[in-house]
Design a protein. Structure first.
Lengths: 368, 277, 295
């Protein structure tokens, strides 16, 4: 049952179109991330749900009510800011109780709710401290409690972890997700960090230049990206240009090396057509596996030890691919310059919408 | 009602306050200019200005004030820059007491300062508890008095000069510059003269302009110490003439405006407040 | 094997005292031209005419009618212009920051505030004489255009209200210069967070913005108080010493011992220093608080 619906949301600032035809239906209790680079419109979209920006066109429906034009202090959505935004002149307890105090709830009820929230975020000992006495992570937890104390219908988080240290980021995002699950509250999480989005979301919306490129579960976004942009932004990817040899069988040729793809749209392509292919680094392997359709010759160019992953750069034809294998201290790795055979399945070869190197070069030539 | 809290709201009251403020600022200035242009009966003219600038005393006192300002600025820079530098680099423990000292001129206004200065320096300076006299009283010679008043001006300007220089040094990261210069073989004097000073130019300039504004208009120290500076001259002029003082007041205003405008230019927007009252 | 239990003498870093040498010119200057003059006054205030140590001078501050009325007048003028200048300066600062006026007006006002707060002294007195004196521009304008004779109504530039009007000219610009950065320091997110939690604009201002700004506002007003209290030249240029504020009394005392008691004169000066020191202490303390919140 759709709880929050954004339909045909557009936002323009003067001439600049910042959000273009954004559509999304979110279920109650769902955790959705908006993922994308700076300037892609994710924060603007979030702020439209919060009421700090008004859409140029489109409607926002929450719990059955149209809130598109409602003032921000009438929407009952809880917002968490990147810069915490705790009120410096109030203690932790006063900050958390602020929304309830404003609504003139009885003092006893406020106190009870505040205590409940303070233990939810495990800061009982700090309830009477001022924000400047707390660390960044602690402040953000207080911000979370403050938003939740009001029992909002939706929780909106605007890059809440970007200002924090790496270790805190990891533990706090897990904590946020755990609390969200426990309370069953609907949440929208804006981030540019793909690891964050992948690890805690039910669904991800990948955005680019104001448009939603793809909506799906983390698994879908990672393994079945629909466009180059999505594939490149989430995880790392090997890209190369290839030519269609046999559309019916999905046969491609790259630098004379032939391999198959399982891409569904292959059948509609012509022989000789240039396409851009992408393969995830972890889909390559040296092991002999009869299920793997593609076996090609390669030369070992470089080996980089990254800890749990070993990145081997192989040259197939004239193209260099990165191949990731798990670290195994007892497995002998090939020498640099050695000739080996790598294998990958035809499902691993993604043919995505996006421009081939040739097309990009042509476009640049015409735009110069 | 549609409203975006990110945009600036139009406010009627803002304009009201702004207009009232503008009127309060501009009316006295207008009155001064108007008065200064009416020296010749029924004619709007610059006679008052001609007369004021024709007076030799004006030029003498104005020149003297400028020279005192220059002396104050130079002496302040020589005193304060190495001190601020040293404290940043080598002696952070001294920071608190130094900042305290630079706040003292707020607690000891000019009138009190001159009170003390006169009492102390109108008697010969000697080593305490002995009969040995080192200097004649500063107040008995012209040169001595000039030294005394320059020192007084340095005290008045100190808070602003020090804060300017300190902020300038903070922005520039003198520690790294010093280490780089040392590794290239520079000695202390070279470092201060060729590395530090050029890099805090804008801070020095804004401090100097502020000092200039303070010194040229200063009246209290000058009149009690008997120095023929521009301030006392202007005051005396006001006792005897009607139109020339208005003309010179307006000129003073323009000079202050010029100095402040230059400071704005140099520092990029931070106003500074000072002044002899 | 006998172990020595004597503590080692602390190794004196040779450069330690050399560092202090580097700042010694500054301290020497401060001693010669700040500390000594002040100490002379302090010391003088504790001695009576016979050269004996006494606290009577300080007690006399409260009984000598000239001195008492001088302090009263100074405090009144300083408090009035601190409050008036503070309120008006704040409103003006608000107008050019949050209040929605065009950006160009903001830098114009800041420059002008810098000029006005420095324009005190003799020229300012002359400017106001030309404006509100008996034959001043505004005086005559009101008489001709509105048939309002302010002097008949009791106003006199050369008294309390006149001096207040003049002091305001450099007081509220000073307030503007201090408050603009403070108002800039109000983070936009605080307002948004407050709205998000259900607060109206008024509730945001009364519960969050004003409390955050209060230390700044109070501190600045105290600074303004001290500023006015220590002013001398403007008042002297205006009234030639007739207006009996503390600074002018001290000036008279310097020229010639009008109180017939040098120690009393020094005590009067020290009284002023004490008031200024207390003001400065409060200002510093309030500044620290506001910096903690507005960083």
């Amino acid at each position: 049952m759709t709880y929050l619906s954004l339909s045909h949301i557009n936002k323009q600032f003067g001439e600049a179109v910042v959000v273009e035809d954004f559509n999304l239906d979110i279920e109650k209790g769902e955790f959705v991330s908006f993922l994308g680079p700076s300037g892609c419109g994710k924060t603007t979209t979030l702020r439209m749900v919060a009421g700090f920006e008004i859409p140029t066109s489109g409607r926002i429906i929450l719990g059955g009510a149209d809130i598109t034009d409602k003032a921000p202090n009438q929407r009952n959505v809880g917002m968490i800011f990147q810069a915490y935004a705790l009120f410096p002149n109030m203690t932790v307890a006063q900050n958390i109780g602020f929304g309830l105090t404003i609504r003139k709830e009885p003092e006893a009820a406020v106190k009870e709710r505040v205590n409940e929230m303070v233990s939810l975020i495990n800061l009982e000992k700090h309830a009477n401290k001022y924000p400047y006495q707390l660390s960044g992570g602690q402040q953000q937890r207080v911000a979370l409690a403050r938003a939740l104390a009001n029992r909002p219908q939706v929780l909106l988080l605007d890059e809440p972890l970007s200002a924090l240290d790496a270790k805190i980021r990891v533990s706090l995002r897990a904590e946020i997700r755990a609390i969200q699950k426990r309370l069953g509250i609907t949440a929208i999480f804006v981030t540019h960090d793909q690891e964050e989005a992948l690890s805690i979301s039910d669904r991800i919306v990948v955005m680019y230049e104001g448009r939603a490129e793809q909506v799906g579960t983390p698994f879908e976004i990672y393994n079945f990206p629909k466009t180059q942009l999505v594939a490149n932004f989430v995880g790392s990817l090997n890209n190369a240009d290839a030519e269609v040899l046999d559309p019916a069988n999905g046969m491609l040729s790259m630098d004379g090396v032939q391999f198959k793809t399982a891409d569904a749209d292959m059948a509609s392509r012509r022989k000789g057509e240039k396409v851009r292919i992408s393969i995830r680094p972890e889909r390559f392997s040296f092991a002999a596996d009869p299920l793997k359709d593609n076996v090609v010759d390669c030369t070992i160019e470089n080996i980089t030890f990254l800890g749990s992953v070993v990145r081997i750069q192989v040259k197939v034809g004239n193209t260099k691919f990165n191949m990731d294998t798990f670290n195994n201290p007892f497995l002998e790795l090939p020498a640099i310059g050695a000739k080996e055979r790598v294998m990958f399945s035809k499902e691993a070869v993604l043919v995505l919408a996006g421009q081939t190197a040739e097309e990009l070069a042509t476009a640049a030539y015409h735009n110069r | 009602m549609k409203q975006s809290s990110t945009g600036r709201r139009f406010s009627l009251w803002s304009w009201v306050w702004f207009i009232i403020g503008t009127i309060y600022f501009l009316v006295p200035l207008y009155a001064t200019v108007r008065h200064s242009l009416r020296m010749e009966r029924d004619v709007i003219g610059f006679k008052a200005y001609e007369s004021a600038f024709a007076d030799n005393n004006f030029w003498e006192t104005f020149l003297l004030s400028n020279m005192l300002a220059a002396a104050t600025i130079i002496a302040s820079i020589i005193l304060i820059v190495p001190t601020a530098y040293w404290i940043r680099l080598r002696l952070p423990q001294a920071r608190r007491i130094t900042e305290f000292i630079t706040l003292l001129p707020f607690v000891i206004p000019a009138i009190i300062l001159v009170f003390g200065l006169i009492r102390i320096y109108s008697v010969p300076i000697g080593i305490p508890f002995t009969e040995i006299k080192l200097f004649q009283p500063l107040t008995t010679t012209h040169f001595g008095t000039y030294i005394l008043i320059t020192a007084g001006y340095m005290v008045l300007a100190m808070p602003y000069m020090y804060r300017s220089v300190d902020t300038g040094m903070r922005t520039v990261d003198i520690r790294t510059l010093t280490e780089a210069a040392q590794s290239l073989g520079a000695g202390w004097f070279t470092i201060i003269a060729r590395v530090i000073l050029p890099n805090i130019r804008s801070a020095l300039l804004s401090g100097a302009l502020l000092t200039f504004a303070i010194v040229v208009g200063e009246v209290t120290l000058a009149s009690f110490l008997g120095v023929d500076a521009f301030g006392p001259y202007l005051f005396l002029l006001g006792q005897h003439r009607a139109y020339e003082p208005a003309a010179l007041s307006f000129v003073t205003f323009l000079m202050t405006w010029l100095a402040m405008g230059l400071i704005q230019l140099v520092t990029g927007g931070q106003g500074q407040a000072a002044g002899s009252h | 094997m006998a172990q020595t239990s004597l503590p080692l003498a602390p190794v004196k870093e040779p450069s330690e005292w050399k560092n202090w040498l580097g700042v010694s010119p500054f301290f020497l200057f401060a001693i010669m031209f700040i500390a000594l003059p002040s100490l002379y006054l302090v010391q003088g205030s504790f001695f009576n005419q016979e050269g004996q140590f006494t606290l009577q001078n300080y007690l006399d501050l409260f009984t000598n009618p000239t001195i008492v009325s001088a302090y009263k007048l100074s405090i009144q003028i300083s408090a009035a212009t601190a409050f008036g200048g503070g309120v008006f300066g704040f409103l003006l600062a608000y107008a050019i920051t949050i209040g929605g006026l065009p950006r160009g007006l903001r830098s114009l006002l800041i420059t002008f505030s810098g000029v006005a707060s420095n324009f005190a002294g003799v020229p300012l007195a002359f400017a106001f004489i030309a404006t509100l004196g008996r034959r001043g521009f505004v005086t005559l304008f009101l008489k001709d255009a509105l048939s309002l004779d302010i002097y008949r109504a009791g106003f006199d530039l050369y008294t309390f209200w006149g001096l207040c009007a003049i002091y305001m000219f450099f007081q509220f610009p000073l307030m503007v210069l201090i408050m603009v950065p403070a108002l800039d320091g109000l983070k936009r997110e605080w307002r948004e967070a407050a709205e998000n939690l259900g607060a109206s604009g008024l509730q945001y201002w009364t519960r969050i913005a004003m409390p955050i700004l209060l230390p700044s506002i109070l501190g600045s007003m105290i600074l303004l108080f001290g500023n006015a209290f220590g002013a001398y030249a403007t008042a002297y240029a205006l009234t030639g010493g007739r207006l009996g504020i503390v600074t002018i009394q001290i000036g008279a005392q310097i020229r010639g011992d009008v109180l017939h008691n040098p120690g009393l004169g020094y005590a009067m000066a020290m009284g002023m220093v004490i008031i200024m020191a207390v003001s400065l202490a409060f200002y510093s303390w309030l500044q620290k608080i506001s910096e903690r919140w507005l960083r």
